[in-house]
Ligand binder design. Structure first.
Ligand code: SF4
Length: 343
């Protein structure tokens, strides 16, 4: 099985390579995703690894050999490496780090993403950061109470949050994390407040959202799958918090009374509830609320209007604005209202 940018047939006869963790691979192309150990004694109710039988550990040297062979053959550009925790977490984490070290010693300079396991030692996290392009630890749920509903073994504060602070310290600005959406019954408002805190305190490069899918043999196999549109709306919400610096309070207004986003672009919903923005006088933060205006476009508008007022959609297009989207939500000031009809 092969998905875009992800290869899932790595080590001959070894089934445990089907990690469902998104990763842009630093733009490197095809990313091989592998578990060093396909067994896990933890009890995360949404996870297919716990439901599988067999799939014992593969040695770091064996994984490194297999990956380098695929890399030479042009079948894999980067490696994402994680592991189930069949026994000692330190042993599993050391195996991940050792694999990365072998690859670097053998001259691999491409993209390497090493997963930090819950409860990993601080020294192993630092070692992982020394050899990898990216390290990450999954928070999985937006709070300790939500995680406890689906994963009784993991201690959110100690095994995850404490380690996440070490991850951020070891690789500032280049670490990532992931949430499973919908497994623990959490609302989008809970996710929003967790994610805003993440960006404020730990500055991850990005947060990934993985829509929950029920897997056969797991305790949640009869639960409904989270619709993919929810995952998509959360990514849009994330961009507004992370890249556009929207306040969580503003986004909370887009959600329903139970704290869920509608299946609509949250930026557009917000704009529909606010008065039109005057292109020539609005502060940068207000320009960013307009659909079709991104951070670059908003800065260009501010620079352009310092020399002369913007008077037409053509002026906006010169700033990189998608005028079809922006049209209903902007005005140019009273003296040039007539031009709005030309959107
Ligand atoms: S610790 Fe990781 S591999 Fe183990 S059951 Fe939980 S999510 Fe699955």
């Amino acid at each position: 099985m092969e998905r875009q940018g992800v290869i899932t047939s790595p080590v001959e006869g070894y089934p445990w390579s089907d990690l469902d963790t998104p990763d842009t691979a630093g733009g490197c192309g095809r990313l091989l995703k592998v578990l060093l150990d396909g067994r896990c004694s933890y009890d995360c109710a949404y996870c297919g690894v716990r439901a599988r039988k067999g799939g014992g550990p593969v040695g770091p040297a064996e994984i490194a050999d297999a990956f380098l062979r695929m890399h030479r053959e042009g079948r894999a550009d980067g490696l994402f490496l994680s592991s189930g925790i069949a026994g000692d977490v330190d042993l599993a984490m050391e195996g991940i780090v050792e694999t990365g070290e072998i690859l670097r010693r053998r001259g691999f300079r491409g993209y390497l993403h090493l997963k930090v396991l819950p409860g990993a030692a601080r020294a192993d996290i630092a070692d992982a950061a020394r050899v990898a392009d990216r390290i990450s630890i999954n928070i999985e749920a937006p709070s300790a109470s939500r995680l406890s509903e689906v994963a009784g073994v993991k201690d959110y504060r100690c095994d995850i949050e404490k380690r996440q602070a070490w991850v951020a310290e070891a690789m500032p600005g280049r670490h990532t994390t992931q949430l499973v959406v919908g497994a623990a019954g959490e609302s989008d408002a809970e996710i929003l407040s967790c994610v805003a805190r993440q960006y404020r305190r730990l500055a991850p490069a990005r947060v990934y959202y993985s829509a929950f899918t029920p897997l056969a043999g797991t305790p949640l196999e009869c639960r409904d799958a989270t619709p993919l549109w929810r995952q998509r709306r959360l990514y849009q919400m994330d961009a507004l918090v992370h890249l556009y610096q929207f306040s969580p309070d503003l986004l909370r207004d887009v959600m329903d009374d139970d704290g869920f986003l509608p299946d609509a672009d949250p930026k557009r919903v917000l704009a529909e509830n606010l008065p039109p923005v005057d292109i020539n006088t609005a502060p940068l933060a207000d320009l960013l609320r307009v659909p079709g205006i991104g951070p670059v476009g908003a800065r260009r508008i501010c620079a352009m209007r310092r020399t002369a007022p913007l008077v037409s959609p053509a002026d906006l297009r010169r700033c990189g604005v998608r005028t079809k989207d922006a049209g209903p939500f902007v005005r140019f000031g009273r003296e040039v209202q007539a031009t709005l009809s030309s959107f």
